[in-house]
Design a protein around this ligand. Structure first.
Ligand code: NAP
Ligand code: GCO
Length: 265
């Protein structure tokens, strides 16, 4: 049984994986045997990532690439195929958020979030699928969100993108399942990373940020999750153990979506 979770001999590309969730997923995949390739938008982030992987004893390859740039992505995938091998596992992890009330948000900002969080997973998936078809298998994991299901104030673009990403996941499954490609999503709950740091800032009086308290009250586990808690679910969805799972969003949220929330008082 343990062998079906092995990623031995597999090449995994994790986008935007210098730190945070992408780094934790890549680390878990390396521990399961995969060769790790990642990209980030700036050289300094790639360098930071390479140093962090090295510290963990992982021989990762890092590249600078903006995932919204189709020509750059096609060149990256060709370079990886030449230097490392055909990509067996793609994790569309790179993402951005802009927390702005919708009526104050410019269309330019809205488009930028959609570009990184939705158009880019389309661009990168499109670039890797032809070789996956030729090789006879492939795994694509899209990093979705609570906002693939729920809305909240200030995140209209992010929610629209992550909701769209859930449906892109189901469509890739529908269109390419016949080629033994499984495309699934992971919907992280509230995870301790720099992206969510502003929501956890200690207040001037030393108390917890109201949003921090709100999330704990909404989570049966009563806490934020750590990036490492996404490692096991990601390895499962990248491995043969999940060959029958396709078009599914696996929410790793400490139970948020199952819970009405703690009653006040
Ligand atoms: P993050 O700050 O979103 O990390 C994403 C990485 O992608 C960063 O290194 C970022 O670079 C990079 N990136 C941004 N735009 C890019 C582009 N155009 N091309 C290439 N790389 C780009 O941190 P995270 O919290 O680990 O989030 C990872 C993923 O999980 C995102 O998709 C996020 O939406 C999703 N997620 C996060 C949470 C959470 O609670 N943290 C929950 C659910 C889902 P910069 O540092 O320069 O921006
Ligand atoms: C926010 C958060 C979320 C999380 C995550 C939830 O402002 O509500 O940033 O959107 O990052 O995606 O799953």
């Amino acid at each position: 049984m343990a062998n079906s979770f092995s990623l031995d001999g597999k090449v995994a590309l994790i986008t935007g994986a210098s730190y945070g969730i992408g780094f934790a997923i890549a680390t878990a995949m390396a521990e399961a045997g995969a060769t790790i390739v990642f990209n980030d938008i700036k050289q300094e982030l790639v360098d930071k990532g390479l140093a962090a992987y090295k510290e963990k004893g992982i021989d990762a390859k890092g590249y600078v690439c903006d995932v919204t740039d189709e020509d750059a992505v096609n060149a990256l995938v060709a370079q990886i195929e030449k230097e490392v091998g055909v990509i067996d596992i793609l994790v569309n992890n790179a993402g951005i958020i802009k927390r702005i009330p919708m009526t104050e948000m410019s269309a330019k900002d809205f488009r930028q979030v959609i570009d990184v969080d939705l158009n880019a997973p389309f661009i990168v998936s499109k670039a890797v699928i032809p070789s996956m078809i030729k090789k006879g298998h492939g795994k694509i994991i899209n990093i979705c969100s609570m906002m693939s299901e729920l809305g909240r104030e200030t995140v209209s673009a992010y929610a629209a993108a992550k909701g769209g990403l859930k449906m892109l996941t189901r469509n890739i499954c529908s269109e390419y399942g016949q080629y033994n490609i499984q495309c699934n999503g992971i919907g992280p709950g509230y995870i301790v990373t720099p992206q969510t740091a502003p929501l956890r800032e200690i207040q001037p009086d030393g108390s917890k940020h109201p949003f921090d308290q709100f999330i704990c009250a909404k989570t049966p586990a009563n806490r934020w999750l750590q990036p490492e808690e996404l490692g096991g679910p990601a390895v499962f969805l990248a491995s043969e153990a999940s060959n029958g799972v396709n078009g599914h969003i696996l929410y790793v949220d400490g139970g948020i979506l199952a819970y009405i929330g703690k009653q006040p008082g």
